[in-house]
Design a protein around this ligand. Structure first.
Ligand code: SAH
Length: 348
């Protein structure tokens, strides 16, 4: 089933059916979560299996597993072949653990943490408090610092998402004149590894929390670019390394409200020379309510961190307030629905 078929089906349905489909979003989230958490896709890697074979090796209830997999098969995730055996589809393949761009950890994050946090959306709208904080007692980053298992799932989810979505960036932006790139809040180094692989003359500096840069080191080593990298454990509200000609903030500003985003931008501005460039990489909210993942991500950023996605106009204003001129917005070639853009700023 192609994604066009899925969208076409929804478009052709009468309004009450479309409403029902939208209401049931959480049911799909939970079914995907169960399949991901149990590792069903990994068990189907080599050969199709029946739900009772799967249930036996997983120690779960066979009839219920069959009904979960049937629901997912109706959505194009898994196919039921002869004798009730299930097999992988391109969607189900993304739920495997060890594939490039794996979405297994993200499915677990969505089902186990994001959805419970979203259940407090009404209260968020009433009170202005992020849902995650209401449900789990604190915002997401402090929670991860205290819950190693959640942090492991979160880091794996981010690594999967970022490895798939950063591949377009070296083609979109010309890094050929760059000597030193500072990746502020660079996470596990997927973007730095991608850029350094494409540009053998570039040196990279990655700043993040101490626990995060340990896994960045492994990613940079595995990609053979470690000799050109420096890792800095630090706090981007306090200071970022000086001396870069490009400062990248990818998926960082959307974690924060305007006040905190300005603090981060000003810390970068202080470290940057007059010729250095700022590259903010984010999904931009389309001006005309065109459907995109940006609006869905926007509220998620609030629920989890008190953050937000922004329109191009909002980025222009934010950068100006922090002492930058927005010079260009360069979209990557990814499909518009979930596209990261490179927002370039120069010191004003
Ligand atoms: N740029 C990466 C990671 C984005 S997630 C990517 O695109 O995948 C945001 C990152 O900001 C996380 O890695 C988080 O650890 C880091 N972060 C959060 N608060 C920080 C702080 N005060 N100082 C430095 N890094 C921080």
């Amino acid at each position: 089933m192609s994604s066009d078929n899925v969208r076409g089906t929804v478009r052709d349905m009468p309004p009450p059916a479309i409403m029902r489909q939208m209401f049931a979003g959480y049911r799909m989230t939970q079914a995907l979560y169960v399949a991901a958490k149990l590792g069903v896709a990994d068990l189907l890697k080599d050969e199709p299996k029946t739900s009772s074979e799967l249930a036996k090796s997983l120690g779960v209830h066979s009839d219920l597993l069959q009904r979960v997999l049937r629901l997912l098969a109706s959505l194009g995730v898994f196919t039921e072949v002869e004798d009730g055996r299930f097999t992988l589809t391109p969607l189900a393949a993304l739920l495997q653990s060890d594939v490039s761009g794996s979405m297994r950890a993200l499915a677990i994050l969505e089902g186990e943490w994001y959805e419970p946090a979203w259940s407090a959306l009404l209260n968020s709208v009433n009170t202005g408090t992020p849902g995650f904080e209401q449900v789990f007692g604190m915002k997401l980053f402090p929670y991860l610092a205290q819950h190693p298992h959640a942090a492991e799932v979160y880091n794996a989810a981010m690594a999967g998402a970022t490895s798939a979505e950063t591949l377009e960036i070296p083609a979109a932006y010309d890094f050929s004149d760059v000597q030193t790139l500072v990746d502020v809040g660079g996470g596990q180094g997927a973007l730095l590894a991608t850029i350094l692989t494409a540009h053998p003359h570039v040196r990279g500096v990655l700043l993040d929390h101490p626990a995060v840069i340990e896994s960045a080191r492994r990613v940079l080593e595995a990609n053979g670019v470690w000799s050109r990298c420096t890792l800095v454990a630090g706090d981007f509200f306090v200071a970022v390394p000086v001396g870069g000609d490009v400062y990248v903030l990818k998926w960082v500003l959307h974690d924060w409200d305007d006040e905190d985003a300005l603090r981060i931008l000003r810390t970068c501005r202080r470290a940057m020379g007059q010729q250095a460039k700022l590259l903010v990489m984010e999904k931009i909210i389309p001006a005309n309510n065109e459907p995109s993942y940006a609006q869905l991500s926007d509220l998620n950023m609030f629920i989890l961190y008190g953050g937000r996605e922004r329109t191009e106009r909002e980025y222009r204003r934010l950068l100006a307030t922090a002492g930058f001129t927005l010079t260009r917005v360069i979209p990557t070639s990814a499909p518009a629905w979930n596209r990261v853009s490179v927002i370039e700023g120069t010191p004003a």
